[in-house]
Design a protein around this ligand. Sequence first.
Ligand SMILES: [Zn+2]
Length: 376
Amino acid sequence: MTRLTGHILTPEGFVEGTLAFDSAGRIAGLMGTPVPEDIVRASSEPLILPGFVDLHVHGGGGRDVMDGGDAAAVIARRHAAHGTTALLATTMTAPMADLEPAFEGLRAACARQRPGSARILGVHLEGPYINPGRLGAQPDFARPVALDELARLHALAPIRLVTLAPEVPGNMEAIGALVAAGYRVQIGHTAGSYDDGVQALGQGATGFTHLFNAMSGLHHRAPGMVGAALAKAQYAEIIPDLLHVHPGAIQVALRAIPCLYCVTDATAATGMPDGDYQLGRQTVTKCLGGVRLADGTLAGSTLTMDQALRNLVQVLGLELSESSRRVSTHAADHIGMADRGRLAPGAWGDVVVLDRELVLTAVYAQGERVELADAG
Ligand SMILES: [Zn+2]
């Protein structure tokens, strides 16, 4: 039985103690004495935190979810080497002729856990039901919600999140049906107004996709979709690579949105050298830590979740315990997975071990050790 000893972050705070996995990969035992966070940060004991949960991953290690085939397995391995123990494979705005093969590739990847890889919990469908005027880096295949398309795709691989623009005709009315069918709805790639956002939340939408990016901004007489999120949201994604959103704007969101959580929006270029990569049908270029279309539009990121954690603690100045909730717990909670994103008896053995500089020294996914040498 694997046992880990150090400063363990539990839902009640840090303890100095021991954590053990059972043979099924769940946390069987967790014992220790409470220890204040300032003592933890001053110590060189190993830091034992929940594995990271990333609900917005397009690619990594040179592969894109839209490639289909074995791409998801490569992506899950690459992100696990950066501490992500569970993720949602994220598809692009595309015709069904492209989405169906991508979902075929995800069917096997979602059905079972590969040892030493992140668990693929399902799919985040980022479009095609978005505003054609707010594509960001999405190609121009936007269209209104079609429940029959969703059902066909969901039969191949489970859709956990659907990003949509509520102001697109027909979409507002569809939110209730999507929620009733078991999908969680996020507002994103949207030119909608503040009122559209409040109405969509009232219809059952529960989150916002990469807050601030590809949505109408906040003006004090026209608070826009950003205003709706800051005023009303319980959950929202944010990309903390410090390129997509200014640190000051992240601080604003942290004060306003209780369960703001981090995503990478990572592309195939993650963990790879500078050069050209595919993002769905688009060619993107990685250079100076950013990924962009030829016109300069940011096109996803090369962020990894271990770097996201370091950015929250070392750049934004958040406590380690709060940072951990924002890279693990809130995301798991948003998709209703109470046995991930926290270290507690009975939860999955998804664990990261870090040194005092917050560099990974070990990762366990469902109790299995992950090979860190793969990390790029
Ligand atoms: Zn994305």
